[in-house]
Design a protein around this ligand. Structure first.
Ligand code: GDD
Ligand code: MG
Length: 333
């Protein structure tokens, strides 16, 4: 089966981590998110993927020059300007000349969803499009879906006010689509699959949705990105790769954190619920909590960072206290 992975978003909520790389190239326990996403597809029999992208396409092509990601051959469809989630699907289908039932994935979702059973559900109902659903506590930042007993979608409401959300089942960002759906997507302008295409298909009775309650996480925010790393660390996923190799002083206290290759953590330093990418240097007696540090960040002695996102190559002065700050990459100041 063929899968289109949407990777064209700007990753705004993860800035500055996404200043130089699309969010799908950020590592989750040392492995770029795109490899988690495509590796999962490979485990479920997908044989080829198309990356629908616009923002920084070179980042993927440079990282995977042999044309394979997680051993699956990939091709790219590069939009000249962002076409929105449906516009990007239309563009990719035309570009790849897709003529059979295919998958579409939001490229920032990590899940252990059983794709084979989603595809069977889709065919059993003769659907034009089928969405995987996930139950969440707060549906307000997602696409909210209601269905009848057979799974036919009654309503699809993208990001409703919480008080208006008619269900806790949300669009999990994995779709099975028939090529005929493309005719429903206007050409030549931005089109959102969530705001236009799905509500229209639902009104026609052609949209179905299948509930699941497997591991699922959207990694769009810094806290979710930390969560994605911790979930792998704690064995909540089907796979647990070897952890990156960092250097910790024996007096340092590191809890619920992932620390990238070549990073060093000094005497009596504390790191809690944080992700440090590669080559970071954490000075003695400093504290990093609920934060993400990009590559090669240096934290001076006795500094304290809480709920921060720190860009590539930044220097945090000794004794500095930062709470809830985002610092851009060193070279973009
Ligand atoms: N190629 C391309 N072009 N990709 C795009 C574009 C575009 O114009 N716009 C967004 N994308 C990609 C993003 O890179 C991401 O992988 C995916 O489409 C979804 O965009 P997000 O910006 O991450 O959307 P969201 O997280 O706010 O909401 C979406 O995901 C939720 C589940 O995680 C929606 O699909 C919701 O309905 C859903 O519940
Ligand atoms: Mg998202």
């Amino acid at each position: 089966m063929f899968a289109i992975v949407l990777v064209g978003g700007f990753g705004t909520r993860l800035r500055p981590l996404t200043e130089h790389a699309p969010k799908q190239m950020l590592p989750v326990c040392g492995i770029p998110m795109i490899e988690w996403v495509i590796g999962h597809l490979a485990d479920h029999g997908v044989q080829k993927v198309g990356l629908a992208m616009g923002y920084r396409p070179d980042a993927f092509v440079d990282a995977y020059p042999d044309g394979r990601i997680a051993e699956i051959p990939y091709q790219v469809a590069v939009e000249n300007e962002p076409l929105g989630t449906a516009g990007a699907v239309r563009f990719a289908v035309e570009h790849f000349q897709t003529e059979e039932t295919f998958l579409v994935l939001n490229g920032d979702v990590l899940t252990d969803l059983d794709i084979g059973s989603l595809v069977r559900f889709h065919h059993d109902r003769g659907a034009a499009a089928t969405i995987a659903l996930q139950p969440v506590d707060d549906p307000s930042s997602f696409g909210v879906v209601t269905t009848n007993r057979d799974g036919q979608v009654k309503e699809f409401i993208e990001k409703p006010e919480q008080s208006f959300a008619p269900s806790n089942n949300i669009n999990a960002g994995t779709y099975v689509l028939e090529p005929s759906v493309i005719e429903q997507i206007p050409a030549g302008r931005q089109v959102s699959i969530e705001r236009e295409t799905f509500p229209k298909l639902a009104a026609e009775g052609a949209l179905f949705a299948s509930p699941s309650s497997t591991y699922w996480l959207d990694t769009g925010t810094p806290q979710q990105f930390i969560q994605a790393n911790l979930d792998v660390l704690k064995g909540k996923r089907n796979k647990r790769p070897p952890l990156p190799i960092a250097n910790f002083h024996q007096s340092s206290i590191i809890t619920e954190s992932v620390i990238g290759t070549g990073s060093t953590v000094g005497v009596d330093a504390t790191i809690e619920r944080s992700v440090l990418l590669n080559g970071c240097q954490i000075g003695s007696k400093s504290t990093v909590v609920d934060s993400v540090l990009s590559d090669e960040v240096r934290v001076g002695e006795g500094a304290r960072l809480e709920s921060c996102v720190i860009g590539f190559g930044q220097r945090i002065e000794p004794g500095e206290i930062l709470i809830g700050e985002r610092r851009p990459d060193q070279d973009s100041i």
